[in-house]
Design a protein around this ligand. Structure first.
Ligand code: FE2
Length: 184
């Protein structure tokens, strides 16, 4: 279950209905889609996409997405820091950022056109759609693990455009969910 934190208001939203409603006010769609198909840790992207073919087709039909792929990173992924650095600065895309989290977790920060910056911590089972043009950045949590299905309308539209605002530097990339705390 995703959690939302609004640092400037010292507020954390933990209830599903509250999180969904808050995100909707910023045009962000959020749903729980419990990962229903067990896919082994070592299974490749093709196996994962095949297992979730029905869910992917449902999303494609709903949002006009044409392709899907898998992002699969672990602490020992080569060049992980370089990869993460691309997304940890404030940016936007010319198309929606759609993620269905299969394993692990991550932290989106959203800088809306109106209202304060807020963080969304996503975990397995979370489906999120951040609309095109939304200013945001992304970090992994301390376990540096995420496996997610991504959907694209046009992969060329997904290049990050950096705002260069530096706003991201005012927020700690620290996850705050109970599973994180339990790990110490
Ligand atoms: Fe992004």
């Amino acid at each position: 279950m995703a959690l939302v934190k609004i640092p400037s208001e010292q507020k954390t939203l933990r209830e599903a209905a509250e999180v969904t409603a808050f995100l909707a006010t910023h045009g962000i769609e959020y749903e729980r889609w419990t990962p229903a198909h067990p896919v082994s840790e070592g299974a490749g992207a093709e196996a994962l996409l095949a297992a979730y073919a029905h869910e992917i087709d449902t999303l494609k039909a709903r949002g006009g997405y044409v392709t899907a792929d898998v992002i699969d990173v672990k602490p020992d992924t080569p060049n992980l820091d370089m990869m993460l650095a691309k997304f940890s600065r404030e940016h936007w895309h010319d198309e929606d950022e759609v993620r269905f989290i299969i394993e692990g977790r991550g932290l989106f920060h959203i800088h809306p056109a109106t209202g304060p910056v807020f963080a969304i911590e996503v975990e397995a089972g979370d489906l999120i759609r951040v609309p095109r043009g939304t200013h945001h950045w992304f970090d992994l949590c301390v376990d540096r693990r995420i496996r997610a299905i991504r959907l694209f309308q046009d992969t060329s539209g997904w290049t990050p455009h950096y705002t260069g605002s530096g706003v991201d530097q005012g927020f700690e990339p620290i996850c705050f969910g109970p599973s994180y705390l339990a790990r110490g």
